[in-house]
Design a protein around this ligand. Structure first.
Ligand SMILES: Cc1cc2nc3c(=O)[nH]c(=O)nc-3n(C[C@H](O)[C@H](O)[C@H](O)COP(=O)(O)O)c2cc1C
Length: 381
């Protein structure tokens, strides 16, 4: 099958990676109500078709945190992404560079910051979770600085992880080490290409940035247990000072859904916020990103750059989010489906598809630059 859309890549990804990995990527928390809302609320936004407006010179370039990118789409931080293709984060950062968009490396990525920096020619973004051990945090920020990361995403919507039922059903969570391993090995055997390329030759399969503190205990269960124990649930607004003191570049706060929180963020020395419900993977039942976005833009859009993610699967969705006031979007699952299906080429193609879809959406809403995209491109009748 030749993929013509992100949804096609999703179908291919399902056939290429072991069941537990597909479920980890595809799933949301609890009953996945918010994950579904992210899609349905976006899809419900009708675009307004306009014609005869000379759309021959469309420009999708955007300036974000001091750098210019080819389109307002960034690869969101995704933990364990490196399991979806051999040294997956390296393939993804190269794809992002080829497309001229930012790549964000997760704290809990498979490849450590230094390895990604070696593969990258351009600065990438680094995403940080607050870990109890502040010296570990300082070291990680120092590594990100050494690696030349151009922005820091600080994720604040995970004081504790939401439960994802699919991970229990698939054998990723809630199993003893032995039975979990057996289930996962059987699933990997049904995906021989993945087992060969990633299972065998993609090692080490650990969370590269965290591995030094775990020493020998570096099985998947050890990492899951470490995250549960070490993510700092006592985090407050005051702790942002710690981050600010240890990072002098742009800081983007990720996981804002409420205008009051956005207003509080705007009082601090921050550069942007990402309106996000973590792709419907944390508090199930919260509002969709598309619903939250205009309220947050209304509250702080003149003070901070407002980015958004959640349910963006096409260039049409990108235009919808921009019409709601976002400066740029991030895509999570969409790029990892491409990575799982066809490595770097898959991610590059996903980005190419999204760009082409954006061009069509802009042409038919009569927009030639991003500045033209506002609420008037939505049919509010
Ligand atoms: C498998 C998976 C792992 C994720 N890991 C992280 C992470 O390590 N750090 C983070 O800030 N967000 C993480 N996220 C959330 C994404 O950055 C992003 O907010 C979300 O995927 C956007 O929704 P979408 O997948 O519908 O595009 C993860 C999302 C997925 C699907």
């Amino acid at each position: 099958m030749k993929a013509a859309s992100v949804q096609d890549y999703r179908r291919l990804a399902k056939k290429r990676v072991p069941h537990f990995l597909f479920e980890y990527l595809d799933g949301g928390s609890y009953e996945e109500v918010t994950k579904k809302r992210n899609r349905t609320d976006l899809e419900a936004l009708a675009l307004r078709q306009r014609v005869l407006r000379d759309v021959s010179g469309i420009d999708t370039r955007v300036e974000l945190f001091g750098r210019t990118y080819e389109m307002p789409v960034a690869l969101a931080p995704v933990g364990l992404a490196g399991m979806y293709a051999r040294r997956g984060e390296l393939q993804a950062v190269r794809a992002a560079e080829a497309a001229g968009v930012p790549f964000a490396l997760s704290t809990v990525g498979v490849c450590p910051i230094g390895e990604v920096a070696e593969a990258a020619d351009e600065p990438f973004w680094f995403q940080l979770y607050m870990i109890r051990d502040r010296s570990f945090m300082r070291d990680m920020l120092a590594l990100a600085r050494e690696a030349g990361c151009s922005a820091l995403i600080f994720t604040v919507d995970m004081p504790m992880p939401g439960s994802r039922y699919r991970d229990y059903r698939s054998g990723l969570a809630g199993e003893s080490r032995l039975s979990g391993n057996i289930r996962r090995v059987f699933q990997a055997m049904r995906r021989p290409r993945w087992a060969w390329e990633v299972g065998l030759f993609g090692r080490p399969h650990h969370l590269g940035n965290v591995a030094p503190v775990l020493g020998k205990n570096s099985g998947l269960e050890d990492f899951m247990a470490w995250m549960g124990k070490n993510f700092d649930s006592s985090l407050t607004w005051q702790d942002l000072e710690f981050v600010r003191d240890n990072w002098d570049g742009p800081i983007i706060l990720k996981g804002i859904l409420d205008p009051d929180d956005a207003r509080q963020a705007a009082t601090l020395e921050l550069d942007g916020v990402i309106v996000s419900n973590h792709g419907g993977r944390q508090l199930d039942g919260v509002t969709s990103s598309a619903k939250a976005l205009p309220r947050i833009v209304g509250a702080v859009g003149d003070q901070l750059d407002v980015l958004v993610d959640g349910g963006v699967y096409s260039g049409l969705d990108v235009v919808r989010m921009l019409a709601l006031g976002a400066k740029s979007v991030l895509i999570g699952r969409s790029w990892v489906y491409g990575l799982a299906a066809n490595g770097q080429a898959g991610v590059e193609h996903v980005l190419e598809l999204i760009h082409e879809e954006m061009l069509v959406a802009m042409a038919l809403t009569g927009c030639i630059s991003l500045a033209d995209i506002d609420s008037s491109v939505l049919d509010n009748s």
